[in-house]
Design a binder for this molecule. Structure first.
Ligand SMILES: [Zn+2]
Ligand SMILES: [Zn+2]
Length: 236
């Protein structure tokens, strides 16, 4: 049972002319809601659009999350190479699938799919950073060489999306303490953290080590050292 039809219509109505004049850069409106049966369970997809730049974002919603507390939420930043193509350079696809599978088995939950490729630096710059990494730099050094901070994601949009869905408080699925702090700064009530553990593959292990060392991710990569059968990561 997802968001009931009458509730969905109400959300669409109240979003029709919505506009945050004081924070237009992070403002989004719900424009459409539809059922989305997936291999990970029953979902609904909520399509958001920014009134300022027409940027589109998605919430994949499992269960009726409106006016609910403790809703498990995963923030996922778009990664074309990982999500769609199965690149082994990162763990985005594994994390996305793990989140959809876990939330699909819970009572309620949301995967927010944010259109901010390459941690907010854009697709071309992400590939430029890969190019630098191919030349021997690590992911943080590469971003710095291009003039970006290691993580430019803005959680204002995510916070707004949760607000638009009338979610009261969340449990966040993440290993990244910055996400918790950033969301709280944007007014989201976080009542718990659910760790997401995905085994590394041969290609992305150095990238994950960098995430842990330089970006403060709480990854326990040693826990996977005993695994003889490490999944390829792109297989699912
Ligand atoms: Zn707004
Ligand atoms: Zn990725």
């Amino acid at each position: 049972m997802g968001i009931p039809k009458d509730r969905a219509e109400e959300l669409l109505r109240e979003n029709a002319d919505h506009r945050c004049e004081d924070a237009l850069d992070t403002c989004v409106r719900i424009r459409a809601i539809a059922d989305l049966p997936t291999r990970f369970g029953e979902y609904q997809v909520v399509a958001f659009e920014s009134p300022a730049d027409r940027k589109e974002h998605a919430a994949f919603v499992h269960g009726d999350v409106c006016e609910r507390d403790d809703v498990p939420v995963r923030l996922h930043s778009e990664c074309l190479t990982g999500d769609a193509i199965g690149s082994l350079r990162c763990d985005c696809r594994d994390q996305l699938i793990e989140s959809l599978e876990r939330i699909g088995q819970m009572e309620t939950g949301i995967v927010l799919y944010l259109r901010q490729e390459g941690r907010g630096i854009g697709f071309v710059n992400k590939i430029r950073a890969y190019q630098l990494q191919d030349a021997g730099f690590d992911t943080v050094q590469a971003n710095e060489l291009l003039g970006f901070r290691p993580d430019e994601r803005d959680y204002g949009v995510a916070a707004h999306m949760l607000g638009s869905l009338h979610v009261r408080s969340i449990q966040i699925l993440t290993n990244n303490p910055m996400k918790v702090a950033d969301l709280e700064r944007h007014g989201v009530r976080i009542v718990g953290r659910i760790p997401v553990a995905v085994p590394p593959n041969e290609v992305n292990r150095p990238y994950l080590e960098t995430k842990r060392r330089k970006l403060g991710h709480l990854l326990d990569l040693e826990q996977f050292d005993d695994l003889t059968d490490v999944p390829e990561g792109a297989g699912r």
